[in-house]
Design a protein around this ligand. Sequence first.
Ligand code: ADP
Ligand code: MG
Length: 179
Amino acid sequence: MVRPGHLVNRSVDGAPSGEPPRTAADLVVFIGLPASGKTTFYRREFASTHAHVSKDLMRNVRTRGRRQAKMVDDMLSKGISVVVDNTNVTRADRAALVAAATSHRARVVAYVFTGSPAQCLARNKQRRGKAQVSAAAILAGAKRFQPLTADEGFDAVYRVTIGSEGDFEVVRASLPASF
Ligand SMILES: Nc1ncnc2c1ncn2[C@@H]1O[C@H](COP(=O)(O)OP(=O)(O)O)[C@@H](O)[C@H]1O
Ligand SMILES: [Mg+2]
């Protein structure tokens, strides 16, 4: 697969003059329907370099949004890079994460998983037991989905597609882009 540039080149970004320099940590925001391949992609590409924050891992937490925000904040304040592995289908979901990254001067990168509702429904059917989500959750996600736009403040955007061989194809998208 194409290796995302920021995984290879992890040098600290230069900041515009007068502003404090960026930290070395980055915040990676996954955007995609349930069963679009996000967690599999995290395990393959980020597990050794980035902490994993996912509401799916907070089964017994009532205020998962708040827990997530605190985890992201804690990691970034320690200079640890993080992947937020949730659907993040709304602008509001993403705005909160971009704000967190900005407050820590971390680079913030989006990975948009392009699986259609039909593809996600089919992949979800192949899951077993608790891993399977309801079809309604996928359709509801598709309905709530607000395409990513250039004004949301991401430093870079990548588009992730699952190829016919099960490989992940990652392509850097030039903004302004709408997905
Ligand atoms: N690259 C891939 N090729 C084939 N199947 C995949 C691939 N990535 C994920 N899957 C399958 O699709 C389903 C959903 O993947 P998952 O990573 O759990 O999605 P998400 O985290 O977005 O809900 C799983 O059954 C998984 O095995
Ligand atoms: Mg997942």
